[in-house]
Each structure stands twice: as structure tokens, then as C-alpha cells.
Design a protein around this ligand. Sequence first.
Ligand SMILES: Cc1cc2nc3c(=O)[nH]c(=O)nc-3n(C[C@H](O)[C@H](O)[C@H](O)COP(=O)(O)OP(=O)(O)OC[C@H]3O[C@@H](n4cnc5c(N)ncnc54)[C@H](O)[C@@H]3O)c2cc1C
Length: 578
Amino acid sequence: MKPTKTVTCDVLVVGSGAGGFATALTARLYGLDVIITEKEPVFGGTTARSGGWMWIPCNPLAKREGFKDSREAARTYLQHEAGNHFDAARVDAFLDNGPKMVDFFQEKTEMDFTLGPAFSDYHPDAPGGMPGGRSVVATPYDGRKLGKEIARLRPPLKEITFLGMMIGSGKELLHFFNVTRSVKSAAYVGVLLAKYGRDLVSHGRAMRLTNGNALIGRLAKSALDQNIPIWTSSPVKDLIVEDGAVKGAFVQTEDGITEVRTRRGVVLAAGGFPQDMLRRKELFPHAPTGAEHWSPAPPGNTGDGIRLGERVGGKAIEGLPNAAAWVPVSLVPRRDGTSGPFPHFIDRGKPGVIAVTKNGKRFTNEANSYHDFVQAMVNACGDNPEKAAWLIVDHPTIRRYGLGFVKPFPVPLTPALQNGYLVKGRTLRELAEKLGIDAAAFEQTIETYNRDARQGEDPQFKRGSTAYNRYLGDPDHKPNPCVGPIENGPFYAVKVVPGDLGTFAGLRTDADARVIDESGNAIPGLYAAGNDMASIMGGNYPGGGITLGPAMTFGFIAGRHLAGAGANAVSNASRPAA
Ligand SMILES: Cc1cc2nc3c(=O)[nH]c(=O)nc-3n(C[C@H](O)[C@H](O)[C@H](O)COP(=O)(O)OP(=O)(O)OC[C@H]3O[C@@H](n4cnc5c(N)ncnc54)[C@H](O)[C@@H]3O)c2cc1C
């Protein structure tokens, strides 16, 4: 490539999600000269669209709250989850450095973490599993602190906002569910809406950042405070390799090709391959052409980082039972004729919600994790080329909890019925006929389910049997927060199809986040973080935040290693600069 100019730095970070920012900030705070380069006109990647949860066992917040967790228990849990893909060296690095990462960012940057005390592991009854305390989330942030840079922050996923407003997880979401039932909740929501209205008038967007937007808002503010340049609309096109070592990269900028020479290394943090049709086709069994899959990840995550790594001898991990973190999505029609994927995280756990496939039958405990739900759905569809299911509810349930993109009372159902997102039947048979599913089997399914659901039981799939199920349920619904009958028509359905939150099958790395070649040797000058790095979860999804927790932690590890501080000890020579 013929560059129009050359710049030199210690570290070039490719991508501005959690993996990229965590690496860049750590390296900078250890005194290195860092540039972040981002392909898209906005920074933040999938991270900015995410829930912002980070799974960090034995995190300092849980310790302060007195949670009885241990490194051994977490290691046992990960060993159980990852099975044959358990990578002891990287898991140990993660467990040792996760809590240190939280302290480091909390002390030295704008980052602030909030504990999810009741956010259960997704398999809490497995060996080493915990019913809460391992997930932390970025505390909401005032977007005004970013000044004019707020314009470059990727907005949240439109489909999961309420009229463009971000709703925080946990207590905040509960207030929204209870808005017509509690004066306190109504007042809480009223204040948030008033503030949002004010922000819209003065800034044209929500300035109260929550979840992934808060995470990126906080990281970006910290990076800007440290004078880390964030080049947007600047994709990396190729790596520079000399004498077997990565020495920089060619970046497409508005001035042409810029040659970035690096003294320490290049970090691939380009967010995996959720939008790479070819690799989807190769690695997602339910998507034979790549198109039978709908990802809420941004369009720029086309697997560039993994390809760049492979071109210089890196290798993407193979044979994982799942190449990505699955989530069921429904497709919300937009005014321009396109549709946006709505990820179904919590509605499946509410009482009175079940899922059936085309044969009219249930196929799983719907309150299990989104990753487990999609696997069960794809299996249940067998040879049917369409891998899909329908979430089914009755009238009281949809008005109480909403369903997918459809909000609870008092938000009207009509727009969703008119655009076809929500399907309604006065009777179960009418609903089945409209959906094109086996009506007789469907009626039988509901009858069987209701017989036990009236007593709060689900002998077939045991909804409500785990702490995670109950976390998603309605604590006020007795006797089982996840089970209620479906009996008061009209009845409603929303169709769900396979989607992902991010990919698992990234580049193989060592415990210092260095990309390794086929023989297991580190490629000098090349690191990976976030989803460009092969997940340490072995294709499973153990708990809330298992992509962002490792992304932040291995970013922290990579930044320190680049600075010569090693993964596990801060050397005196490289004390943080701030
Ligand atoms: C709705 C939703 C909710 C989620 N909630 C959670 C959660 O709560 N907890 C959790 O752990 N995970 C969650 N996830 C998954 C999580 O968001 C991703 O796994 C994570 O953000 C990936 O981080 P990353 O740093 O690897 O990549 P990203 O955040 O995607 O950032 C990568 C960046 O690299 C850029 N890039 C790509 N190619 C190039 C190139 N050639 N040159 C320069 N830049 C490039 C991209 O444009 C992108 O901005 C969620 C995902 C979604 C969609």
C-alpha cells in the first residue's frame, strides 16, 4: 500500500469497543503513546449497544457486600461450562486480573461500576455456579461530560429504547413495569421522561447514558482526558510485518492511506464477525447462506480483525459447540421498510409467556438463558429450513409485561398489530391459523400447560426452577414468578429467529492476550482483545457479562503487557502514569 503520510506511536488499537478502549486506556495510563482507530463514523461498537454488564467473579463490589464467592468456585464453574475447550492459562489470567481491572478503572478513570446482587449466573445450579454477585454494570453517566464528542458516541440500539430513551436494567426497568401500579414508580418514570424531553430539546438525544452507552461514554471520556486520539471513519486495511513481527498498520483515513508505525504493538479489537456473511455461513449451522441470522451488532463488525490476524499467521479457534453468543430476536418493522432486531432478554421469563415452534409444541424452559433458548429452538426445528418460534401470551399478560418490542399498558398495541409485528387471535385456534402452525397440537399444548400453570407448576420444562429463571420472572407473581396460565383471550404472538450478541470464535491468544500462531508461538507485536480474541467460555454462556467482562480484563492485561508490566504484576519500571 502506498501511504500518503506516516505517523508513529507505541500502540495502535483497532476498534473502539470495550476491548479497544480498555487496552488503550491501560497502555496510556502505563505511560505509552496510543492511537485508537475506528472504522465507523461513531465510536463504541457493539459495546455501546449492549447491556454493559461485565461478569467478574470475586469482584471488589461483591466482596464489599459480603458475597461468599471464591476463585476456586468460579474456576470450577468455568471448567464445567467450557468442557473440552477449557483453557486453564487464559481462565486463570481472567480470574486473577478481573478484580484488579475493576479496581484499576474505578480508581484511575471515569469508570464506575454497580453490582447486580441478584443477577444470577445462567447455570447457577452447576458446580461453582452462583445465584448473584458476579455481574457488574457501568453506572449511568451524564453524556454532557463528553461535550461535543457526544456526537461521535454510537447511540443505543433503537429497538431497545423507549421512544429513543435508554432504560437502565434492574430497578429502573422495574419502575417502568410498575408505572400504572405504583405512585412511586409513576413519579420515577415521570421524572425520567421530563429530563429526557429536556435533553431532546437542548441536545437532540438522551444525555442520561445507561448500560453499554454509559460504559463507552465513561471509557471515551477517560480516553479523551488522557489525550488518546480516536480516529473515526478510519478502518485498518493491512498490517505491516517486518522480520516476522507486526510493526504497525495501514489505515484508510480521509487523507488517504496513513502508515501507522508502532514501537510496541497492534491490538486487534474489531469486534469479531457478527456481520461477516462468509464466516456466518461457515460457522453458524442454522444459517446455510449466512442470511438466516439477524445480528443486532453494528454493520462494521465484519470480521476484519480476525482476517488481519490470520493473514500474518494467527488462527481462529475451531470446533466450539457454538461460534457465537446466541439471542432470539424479533424483527421490528421500521418506517423506511427495513426492520431492526429486538433481542429478547427478559420477556421469556415472565409468567404466562411460552414459546412454540411450527408443530404447535413447546420445546424448552423459555426462562433459561437466551443462548440456551436459541440452541433449543434450532434443535426443535429439525430439518425445517426456517429456524423460528413464536412467543405466546394472553391479553392480561401482554398488558402487564408487554412482549418484545410491545410495551405494557398504557402504550397501545395497535401500531404493532398494524405493522404485523404482533399477531392477534380471538381464540387459540384463530391465532394458530394466522401463524400457520399446527392448530390442534397448539390447543393441546396450551391445555396441558394451563392445567399445571394454574398451580404455578411447569412439570414439562420446570420454568422458575433456577435462580436465573426467577431473576427474569415477576417476584410479585405467586407461587411461581415464571409460571402463569394463558387463558384470557384475545391471544397474541411474536415471532423470534436466531440472532447473536457477539461472536466467540476469535483468534487464538495466550494468557497475555498475544495472538499465537498454529504452533502456539506468540506473533511479536500482535495482540487481540474483545471478540477478536477467542472466547474463554468454550462456546457456552455462563453468566451476565461474559463477553464484556473478559473484553475489559484482557484489554487490561494486553495494555499492561504492552507496557512491559506483565499480566500479573505491576513492575516498578511501568507504574501507571495517572
Ligand atoms: C443488545 C446487546 C446487548 C448486549 N449486552 C451485553 C452485556 O450486557 N454484557 C456482555 O458481556 N455482552 C453483551 N453484549 C455483547 C457485547 O456487546 C459484545 O460482545 C462486545 O461489545 C464486543 O466488544 P468488542 O470490543 O469486541 O467489539 P465492539 O464493541 O463491537 O467494537 C469493535 C469496533 O471495531 C470496529 N472495527 C471493525 N473493523 C474495523 C477495522 N478494520 N478498523 C477499525 N475499526 C474496526 C467496529 O466498527 C466496532 O466499532 C450485548 C450485545 C448486544 C447487541
